[in-house]
Structure formats: C-alpha cells, structure tokens
Design a protein around this ligand. Structure first.
Ligand SMILES: *Cc1c(COP(=O)(O)O)cnc(C)c1O
Length: 380
C-alpha cells in the first residue's frame, strides 16, 4: 500500500499546495518590470519577517551561501572572528573562516548545551581585534536555541559585527534583527519559509556595510554583496536568480504575513510545548538543555538505536524524521515542526514513535504521548 508521506525533517520542510501550484507555472523571462516589482515586493515582505528595516539581499544558493557571503564580504583573510559553536552548524562558521584564511577564535560547548552570553563577553574582552562574532539562532543539529538578543547587546558595544545563522529559526522563532542588533542575519528558503531549497537571504545593517566597504575586494566573484546592493537599487540581481522560486516565495510569505509573524512564533511555541510533552510522557528525554521552538530533539531510549526507530517510522508509517549527524547518529531523534506543519503532523509523529517503540518491545503505554501532546493543544 502506498503510504502517505509526512516530511518532518529540519529542512527541507513541506511546501503549501498554493505555493506548489505557483511553482508549476511556466517559466518566464526575468529582466522585466514585472519581475522587478515581484522581487521588490518579496524583499519588503521579508523585511517584516526579519523584523528589520535593513536591506535584504537575495542569493541563489542554499543557506550556506548566505553564511559564506556574510563572512567573506565583511572579514578579510588574516583577520579574526569569534565563532560560537554548539553543534554542526556552529562548526560550519569555523570551516568557512578556515577556507578563506580567516582566523577563528572558537568558543564552544558540548553538543546539547548552548553558548552562554558570559562566554562571548569574555571572548570579546580577550579579542578586542575580532571583526565579527558568528552565532547560530537555532542549532539544528542538537535543537538548542541561543540568546541572540544578549549576544547582540554585547557585540553592539564593540567594533565587531554580529553575524547570525538564522537558517532554521527565522520565520519560526522570535528573531528581531534590528532590536537585537544582528548586523547580518542569514536564512535559507527550505526551512520555516515554506519553499524548496535554492534561495538564501541576508539582511545587512549600516555597521555591517561599513565593515564591507572597508574590505575592498571580497575573495568571491559570485557572492559580492556590494554588487548585489547595486543591482537592488533597481530591484534587480547581478546574475539570473532562481526566479520561479521567488514567485513561489511570494505566496508562502503572504501566508506568514496573513497570520502575523508574532502569531507564527506563538503557534510554534505551542507546537514545541506539545512535542516535548508528548515525548516526555513516553519517557524520552530532551537532548538540548536550552531547546528552541523550531524542532524537538530527544534521546533514543537506553539500548535503542534511533536509526532503527527512524527507519521503521519511514517504512511502516511514511513518517520522515531526522537522525543525529556525525557522532550523534543513532543516538537522537529530531522532529521538526517549523513551516507548513500543523498539530496533527505532530500528533502523527508522536503516535508513530509510540507504535514503533511498542513493536520493538520497549515498555511504552500506547496513547500516553499523544494524550499529553493533545492536552497541550486543548489548553489555549
Ligand atoms: C539547514 C541549515 C543551514 C543551511 O544549510 P544548507 O544545506 O546550505 O541550506 C545552515 N544553518 C542551519 C542552522 C541550518 O539548519
């Protein structure tokens, strides 16, 4: 029997039907007044979702392209950045720095923990010559969330700019780019923005533009933010953008704006609360010490390999959740609930985990997790 598929991974995420239909329309030419108007509109809508008045730059790449563009345009080779690392995505900052000969000062915590503001305070005091601080809003590999507002207050008092990887958080979690002093805020299309992969966006503050202007020639031809800014004066892009995705994005963003970004954050918080309650009622422990609301990450029960649970969920029930990466493979289960997800997707995931654990002989009371999650949804 063909199973109904439910995509519950922390990227890519499901895309709404209206957006899929938009993506099915014929391809068009992009150097036109209509396209410039469309791009202008999408970038304005994104400003509302980023909570920023800063310019937003679209890139045709996955989310990592925005991270790379942010770093290579604002920090020259040989200069120093502070990388706050709590997982695989934090490590990516260090790896990008390394690839471009930028010196990375690493502030790290074990997987499952979050970097604390005092750690950044100390690093900034020890390295007054750091040009940037690179942080991660939602560390998708472990499920922790960082106190970006606190990082922003610290960086704002120094010459360093704050660059945030908000790829799996923006559009799901509170992220106030301007109020929190985020100088470059990066995201991708395939997480909470409800689009397939292929687009990345970053917002750039006045302080970040000064850093970029002090750095005459970024070592990248394609990811040159000054060139992108110039084209955007006419709502244009230097090279051919993934314009059919931009047309689809317009539809997904209208959905977010119709609900209101703050209401989306509240709904996400409820989803996270329900998912945590459901798993905990089954005796599964949360992995992150400071969880964020975009995804819920739990430890596999003792003696159970999460890879087996995840394979069974997919093969028997069409439920696609994510495994841990690298050293966490087989040890955790990651359920994403950002973007085009509803209560019943979460209940389905918890019900599936219950059924699989029960079938594997693990002592779970079938229905207990679902009931706990439902009780969260029942209270307003
Ligand atoms: C998904 C994700 C990225 C981007 O990865 P790409 O595969 O390049 O889109 C970056 N950071 C975080 C925290 C993510 O979750």
């Amino acid at each position: 029997m063909p199973l109904k598929q439910r995509l519950l991974t922390p990227g890519p995420t499901p895309v709404p039907e209206e957006t899929l239909l938009e993506l099915a329309k014929p391809v068009f030419f992009h150097r036109t007044a209509e396209f410039r108007q469309l791009l202008g509109e999408v970038l304005r809508d994104l400003q509302t979702i980023f909570c920023t008045k800063n310019q937003i730059i679209p890139l045709t790449s996955s989310g990592t392209g925005a991270l790379e563009a942010a770093l290579v345009n604002s920090v020259p080779a040989g200069k120093k950045v502070i990388c706050l690392i709590a997982g695989r995505f934090g490590e990516r900052w260090k790896n990008i720095a390394k690839a471009y000969g930028i010196e990375a000062v690493v502030v790290s915590v074990p997987y499952g923990q979050a970097v604390q503001p005092e750690q950044l305070q100390k690093a900034l005091a020890d390295h007054p010559d750091a040009l940037a601080v690179c942080a991660t809003l939602s560390e998708t590999s472990t499920g922790i969330g960082h106190d970006i507002a606190a990082f922003g207050r610290l960086a704002a008092a120094t010459p360093a700019i704050l660059i945030v990887d908000a790829v799996s958080g923006l559009g799901a979690l509170e992220c106030r780019t301007d109020d929190w002093h985020i100088d470059i805020c990066c995201t991708g299309s395939q997480k909470a923005l409800m689009l397939p992969p292929g687009l990345a966006f970053l917002s750039v503050s006045a302080k970040a533009w000064q850093a970029i202007e002090r750095h005459p020639a970024p070592p990248s031809f394609y990811f040159d933010l000054k060139k992108a800014r110039k084209s955007l004066e006419n709502n244009d892009t230097p090279y051919t953008p993934a314009h059919t995705l931009i047309r689809g994005l317009r539809v997904s963003l209208k959905k977010i704006l119709a609900e209101g970004i703050e209401n989306v954050w509240k709904r996400q918080a409820k989803y996270a609360q329900a998912a945590r309650a459901g798993f905990q009622a089954l005796g599964l422990e949360l992995f992150p010490a400071q969880p964020n609301n975009a995804l819920t990450v739990v430890k596999a029960p003792p003696g159970i390999d999460s890879t087996v649970v995840l394979t069974r969920l997919e093969q028997q029930y069409g439920l696609k959740l994510a495994n841990g990466q690298d050293t966490l493979k087989g040890k955790i289960i990651r359920l994403a609930h950002m973007g085009y997800i509803d209560q019943f997707d979460i209940l389905a995931a918890i019900a599936g985990v219950e059924l699989v654990l029960h079938a594997m002989g693990h002592p779970v009371e079938v229905g207990k997790g679902v009931a706990a999650a439902q009780r969260v949804f029942a209270t307003s």
